[in-house]
Ligand binder design. Structure first.
Ligand code: LLP
Length: 438
């Protein structure tokens, strides 16, 4: 198997090559999808999405039956995906009234919704209380006070978790490191004792447990193990001092996926094994009843299910320096390379089986020199009109998209068993102009 085909393993689980040498996902020829729906186009494979949900459920559930699986909406949520997650029995982590509105619009069971955020507005707290969301994850003292007062007014006693900052470095990009002391999220451990006592003594709040989220794209299991040590020791101390019962421990998300051939990620089973065994053994040691375990993956569920398709407009060879292949999207639909130095692989969707001829750089169409999607990638001879397919674009591309250069946000299609359906239409200039008043 050549490198070109090896790269297929990064694409959705249903990816294959047809007799024309075209990339096919779930029975749909991606070159035809690009013609039918236009480019840039995001394609989500339903089979991959559902498989990842089930893999998480099985790998954690068979090791620890008291596991709850919550999908982190920020990785990418729209109505079609919310329906799928509901059918798969997942809950949702939302961080805004907008994500809550998406969930409500498809009648997502709101008792399965966890409301996160480091600066929830009063309106968002009101909505969370009004709709009786499953958990409100409290980030700070201001929120704890405000939530307590507002809950008292409404008469609904919400189940809450306290978000802790365990002070563990997950060894990932600085911008997606969250659990270290000094970060903006959660109660640092040194002030968490007060948070527990205040929450326990608030008559309008029901403190059910603790939460931490270390960061994203974490390739190692040790940070989870370290955080479990610290947080369970804290829970045991709170039990001793205040009679606090840890009923639920939410360990966030952060599980890595493989973006490039040279950066393999551990399988979900490796995370599950390390997390469950550390939690169970530590609880035993501390004489704590093992709590319900909640996990909140985003990227690891949706990342590989999504691909981005672009059409090549220009090939510019600067002899001896660089050959640019310019496509019709870029940083407006995927800012991750610019923001985090994120690396991607790519295939020429209409030339998957052709011999690679040399290194090119895939550039976007936006007015920034930094608008590069993939630097120095080996591809077959590319010409204008070809379709570039980038794998692993399901997570954190669309949610971070912009209208830079007054570009229109791309269409999204869902593919399943040979059929493609539009799950978000391409933005139009009318949509764009609607909010722009004179
Ligand atoms: N739970 C909480 C509280 C979170 O803040 C996050 C992600 C997750 C769960 C899900 O993490 P995941 O399993 O997807 O790693 N835009 C960045 C990633 C930001 C992650 C924000 N929080 C990126 O493109 O890499």
């Amino acid at each position: 198997m050549g490198t070109k085909v090896a790269k297929l393993s990064l694409f959705p689980l249903t990816a294959e090559v047809n007799e024309k040498g075209h990339l096919v996902v779930s029975g749909c020829d991606t070159v035809e999808l690009a013609v039918e729906f236009g480019t840039p186009l995001y394609v989500f494979d339903e089979f991959s999405l559902r498989s990842k949900c089930r893999e998480f459920k099985t790998e954690f559930g068979q090791r620890y039956s008291e596991t709850t699986l919550i999908y982190a909406s920020k990785a990418f949520l729209n109505r079609a995906l919310a329906v799928i997650f509901n059918e798969e029995g997942l809950g949702l982590d939302v961080v805004s009234a907008g994500e809550l509105a998406t969930a409500r619009s498809v009648d997502f069971p709101l008792d399965m919704v966890y409301f996160h955020g480091n600066n929830k507005s009063t309106e968002e707290i009101r909505l969370a209380l009004k709709h009786h969301v499953g958990r409100i994850v409290v980030d700070n003292f201001d929120e704890l006070d405000r939530l307590g007062e507002m809950a008292e007014e409404t008469g609904h006693i919400p189940d809450i978790l306290l978000r802790l900052t365990p002070g563990v470095d997950p060894h990932t990009h600085e911008h997606i490191t969250t659990g270290v002391l000094g970060g903006k999220f959660g109660f640092p451990l040194f002030s968490a004792d007060r948070a527990v006592t205040e929450a326990m003594s608030a008559p309008s709040l029901n403190l059910v447990g603790l939460h931490f989220h270390l960061g994203s794209l974490i390739f190692e299991v040790q940070p989870y193990e370290e955080a479990l040590e610290v947080v369970l020791e804290f829970a045991a101390e709170m039990k001793r001092k205040h009679g606090f019962e840890l009923e639920e421990l939410n360990i966030g998300g952060g599980f890595a996926i493989q973006y490039t051939m040279d950066s393999p990620a551990p399988p979900i089973s490796t995370y599950a094994e390390a997390i469950v065994s550390k939690m169970v053994s530590k609880c035993r040691l501390l004489k704590l009843a093992p709590p319900m375990l909640t996990i909140e993956p985003g990227r690891a569920i949706v990342g590989q299910a999504g691909i981005a398709l672009y059409r090549v407009g220009v090939v510019k060879d600067i002899p001896g320096i660089r050959c640019y292949v310019s496509v019709d999207g870029g940083m407006a639909d995927n800012i991750r390379p610019v923001l985090y130095g994120a690396k991607y692989e790519a295939l020429v969707a209409n030339k998957v089986l052709e011999e690679e001829v040399g290194l090119v750089t895939i550039a976007g169409r936006f007015c920034e020199s930094g608008d590069i999607l993939v630097e120095d990638i080996s591809l077959p001879l590319v010409s204008a009109g070809d379709i570039i397919a980038i794998p692993d674009c399901g997570a954190y591309c669309l949610p971070l998209q912009s209208n830079y250069n007054a570009s229109l946000k791309p269409a999204i299609v869902g593919v399943k068993e040979g059929k493609a359906r539009l799950i978000r239409r391409r933005e139009t200039f009318d949509d764009f102009a609607r909010c722009d008043l004179l």
